[in-house]
Ligand binder design. Structure first.
Ligand SMILES: [Cu+2]
Length: 122
């Protein structure tokens, strides 16, 4: 009886340790290990009447944003501060997508008054 109790105590301890191994690992580490998946969202920004709509978009890191040009003139989507990323010029009806890694302001180099903002949720 005593021996049985010892084993079960040990068993509980092992179980506890295993549980901790999983639940005590940070979400970031678990993502790296492919134990969990991050659900990402797709967003669309319409380029119309020389404007990005919505001009400000709140996203999660890893979300995909697709811009679509609904104007008859070409536009592009270019990161403003350092031109870290840029679409090519988009003709009418063309789209361009990007996975958001960090917050940014962007503009159209053809029409610099056209500006947009990506805000990344903390
Ligand atoms: Cu433009």
């Amino acid at each position: 009886m005593r021996r049985l109790l010892k084993i079960s105590k040990k068993g509980v301890a092992v179980l506890f340790a295993i549980t901790c191994l999983y639940s005590c690992t940070s979400p970031e580490e678990r993502i790296k290990k492919n134990e969990v998946a991050v659900s990402t969202k797709a967003h669309t920004v319409v380029i119309q009447q020389m404007k990005f709509a919505p001009a400000e978009l709140i996203v999660n890191e890893g979300d995909t944003v697709t811009w679509i040009n609904r104007d008859i003139v070409d536009h592009n989507v270019t990161e403003e501060a350092n031109k870290e990323w840029s679409s090519s010029n988009l003709r009418q009806g063309k789209t361009w997508s990007m996975v958001v890694k960090k917050a940014a302001t962007y503009f159209c180099t053809i029409h610099p008054v056209m500006k947009g903002k990506l805000i990344v949720k903390q």
